[in-house]
Design a protein around this ligand. Structure first.
Ligand code: ATP
Ligand code: LTN
Length: 333
C-alpha cells in the first residue's frame, strides 16, 4: 500500500465513444498523475444508466473504454482500474448518503437541469441522484484529490458538503476531497459552437471529435470549425473563443506552449491553422486507436485487469463502508 502518496480518484462514463474533450479534460491527465498519486480510476457504468442505454452497446462501450484507458497509458500495474458495478459498496454508500442530501440541493444541479431538459421523457430518480452516487464513489476511497473537467465542479462541491455534514454528525469518517482542474483544456468547446462544451451527446456531432474518428473525419471536422473574421491566430478566449479553443487543442496534442503555438501561426491564414490542428490530432490518435484495437482482441487480459481491479477496490471500499455502517447504528454480527 502506498501510504506516502495522496489518494486520487476519477471516473468516466462508458456512454458512446469518448471525445477529445474527455481525453484532454480527463484521461490524458490520468496518465500524468499516476506517478505522483495513489490513483484509482473507474468506469462509471452505474452513472451511465441514468440515461437510457442499449444493453449490448453498454457492454461494448465498457470494454472499449477500458481498452482506451490502457491504450492512452493508464497502467493497471500502477493504479486501480475497475468497473463501478463490480464493487457493490458504491450503491450501498450512496443509499446512506442519500439521507444526508436534500432534494432541493439536487434540483439545483446544473447537469440535472440540462439532462432533464434533454431527456424530458425520462427524468428518473437516478438522474437526480447522480451526484450522490458520485459522492459515494469518491468518499469510499478516502480520496484527497479528484481531477475532473470544470463541468463537474458543482458535483465535487456537493461531495465536500456531504462529507462535512456526515463528519460533523458523527466523527471524522471521510476525507474531504479537493478538485484538481487543469489550466489548459479544462473545458474544450464544441468546434461549431465553442461557447458550448464539446459533448458526446450533442445533436450535431460535426462539432464533436471522437477518439475513434478516422483521419478524414477529423480533418473534415476541423476544416469546418468556427473561427472569426480577424485572420489572426491569438489566444483570447473572451473575444476569440473559436480560435482559442483550437489553440488549446493544438497545444495539448503537440505539447507546445501557447506562446510557441501562436508564434508558429504568425502571418498564416485560418485554413493552414485548422489543417495543422487536424493533422496534430489525427497523428496523436492513430497509435492510440491501433493499441486499443489490439487490446480489444485480448479479452482474457481485459477481464483479468477488471478482476484484479475490483478485488483491490472492494477491499478499500469495504473498510470505509464498515465504518459508516457502524457509525449510523447498523447492528453488526
Ligand atoms: P456528455 O459529454 O455526454 O455530457 P461527459 O463527457 O461530460 O458526458 P463523462 O464521460 O463522465 O461525461 O466525462 C468524463 C470526463 O471528461 C469528466 O472529467 C469531464 O469533466 C470531462 N469532460 C467532458 N467533456 C469535456 C470537455 N468538453 N472539455 C474538458 N473536459 C471534459
Ligand atoms: N460524473 C462524472 C463521472 C464520474 C466521476 C465519479 C468523476 C462518476 N463518478 C467520481 C470523478 C469522481 C463525469 O465526469 N461526468
Amino acid at each position: 500500500m502506498q501510504k506516502d502518496k495522496k489518494i486520487l480518484y476519477s471516473a468516466v462514463q462508458p456512454t458512446n465513444s469518448l471525445t477529445i474533450g474527455n481525453y484532454i479534460g480527463a484521461v490524458k491527465n490520468f496518465v500524468a498523475l499516476q506517478e505522483e498519486y495513489d490513483c484509482i480510476y473507474a468506469i462509471a457504468n452505474m452513472h451511465a444508466i441514468t440515461v437510457r442505454q442499449d444493453p449490448a452497446q453498454l457492454r461494448r462501450n465498457t470494454l472499449s473504454l477500458l481498452a482506451l484507458y490502457i491504450a492512452c497509458g493508464v497502467d493497471p500495474e500502477k493504479c486501480v482500474l475497475y468497473l463501478q458495478s463490480h464493487v457493490h459498496e458504491h450503491a450501498e454508500l450512496a443509499w446512506a448518503l442519500n439521507t444526508f442530501t436534500y432534494v432541493g440541493e439536487m434540483e439545483r444541479m446544473t447537469q440535472f437541469k440540462d439532462k432533464s431538459a434533454r431527456h424530458a421523457d425520462n427524468i428518473n430518480m437516478g438522474l437526480m441522484d447522480y451526484p450522490v452516487l458520485m459522492a459515494a464513489d469518491i468518499l469510499l476511497y478516502q480520496t484527497d484529490v479528484v481531477p475532473v473537467g470544470v463541468d463537474q465542479r458543482q458535483h465535487l462541491e456537493i461531495t465536500r458538503d456531504i462529507a462535512i455534514r456526515f463528519n460533523n454528525a458523527y466523527s471524522p469518517t471521510f476525507t474531504v476531497p479537493e478538485g484538481l482542474f487543469m489550466k489548459v483544456g479544462a473545458k474544450i468547446g464544441d468546434l461549431l459552437d465553442p461557447a458550448k462544451k464539446m459533448s458526446k451527446s450533442s445533436e450535431n456531432l460535426n462539432g464533436t471529435v471522437f477518439m475513434s474518428d478516422d483521419r478524414d473525419t477529423i480533418m473534415r471536422k476541423f476544416r469546418r470549425a468556427v473561427t472569426d473574421s480577424e485572420a489572426c491566430v491569438k489566444y483570447d478566449p473572451e473575444t476569440k473563443p473559436g480560435v482559442s479553443n483550437l489553440l488549446s487543442i493544438y497545444s495539448v496534442f503537440t505539447g507546445k506552449s501557447m506562446e510557441e503555438c501562436e508564434r508558429e501561426f504568425e502571418g498564416k491564414g485560418y485554413g493552414d491553422f485548422k489543417a495543422a490542428v487536424g493533422e496534430a490530432v489525427a497523428d496523436s490518435l492513430a497509435p492510440v486507436q491501433a493499441e486499443q484495437a489490439r487490446l480489444l482482441e485480448d479479452r482474457q487480459y481485459l477481464d483479468g485487469v477488471l478482476k484484479a481491479g475490483a478485488a483491490n477496490a472492494a477491499r478499500r471500499a469495504g473498510r470505509t463502508l464498515a465504518k459508516v455502517y457502524k457509525k449510523i447504528g447498523f447492528y453488526q454480527i
